[in-house]
Design a protein around this ligand. Structure first.
Ligand SMILES: C[S@@+](CC[C@H](N)C(=O)[O-])C[C@H]1O[C@@H](n2cnc3c(N)ncnc32)[C@H](O)[C@@H]1O
Length: 255
């Protein structure tokens, strides 16, 4: 698909940050946070601390932190997204700490009980080696018995929902026009945004890889993590090749 680019091309999640919450208005973060909270509680005996990766503008963090309540640190690779997340948390008085960090290359001073990475973060890693680096960093950042909860979308999701990402919208001084294209041969899902922020125009292109269940399972099996569960969509049913979204829970074994 050829999409006419308007304005300056920026890296993913720079110009988009200003209107990300409007683009995500359809997402029920409270329900997602409840699902994540229940899974963390079920798979860890006493989770006190959470590190969120790829937290975006902090919507999940604001919904998940009070459920523990957890000692909560959230990171994202985009300084623009973190800036908005920090402002939202300050406005609402939430005890959250934010940092800019690449989730394929990070370390923590104080290991945590649970790590979460939700809503497609893993799909932004186009090479398996990057997923392996993410898993290695997460393993090192967990305490023994700590759990890593992350999700992924699959080729079936891209085939079934590509049309959903053909839309446009506005919020205050922000507008977006979004197109998306899924290439079945390479399993790359490209989303193109023409944006206006105030009077300026920007273009962002986001490329994600639709990983299969088997690909991610093989990458996990190559680490010291133990797979605790792979759930289909937002259920407790085991994930299959027909699942659109898979929630994985992997555990760092004690000892
Ligand atoms: C689809 S957004 C999801 C954001 C948030 N989790 C949510 O639910 O709204 C994906 C996020 O992953 C971040 N991201 C992508 N690759 C990253 C990387 N290598 N390191 C850190 N963050 C990354 C992006 O900046 C973006 O905020």
């Amino acid at each position: 698909m050829r999409v006419r680019r308007r304005g300056k091309t920026t890296l993913p999640y720079t110009a988009l940050a200003a209107g990300y919450d409007a683009v995500m208005a359809h997402v029920d973060y409270d329900a997602w946070a409840l699902y994540a909270h229940i899974l963390i509680q079920e798979h860890h005996t006493d989770p006190q601390s959470v590190l969120e990766l790829g937290c975006g503008t902090g919507s999940l963090a604001l919904a998940l932190q009070p459920r523990g309540p957890y000692r909560y640190r959230a990171t994202d690779g985009s300084a623009e997204m973190i800036e908005i997340a920090r402002r939202k948390a300050e406005l609402e008085g939430f005890p959250l700490t934010f940092d800019v960090a690449d989730f394929t290359d990070f370390q923590v001073d104080d290991p945590v009980d649970a790590i979460v990475l939700l809503y497609d973060g893993l799909n932004y890693l186009l090479e398996e080696e990057q997923v392996s680096r993410l898993l290695r960093c997460a393993y090192e950042a967990l305490r023994p018995d700590g759990v890593f909860l992350f999700d992924q979308t699959t080729p079936i999701n891209s085939l079934n929902n590509a049309d959903f990402f053909e839309d446009e919208g506005r919020a205050r001084n922000f507008t977006y026009v979004r197109h998306s294209h899924y290439d079945e041969a390479t399993r790359r899902h490209t989303t193109m945004f023409n944006l206006t922020v105030g009077s300026e125009k920007f273009y962002e292109q986001h490329v994600q890889r639709a990983y299969t269940l088997g690909e991610v399972r093989a990458l996990i099996q190559a680490t010291p993590f133990v797979e605790a569960a792979a759930y289909s969509d937002f259920t407790r049913n085991p994930a299959t090749d027909a699942s659109e979204r898979i929630h994985w829970i992997v555990r760092r074994p004690a000892g």
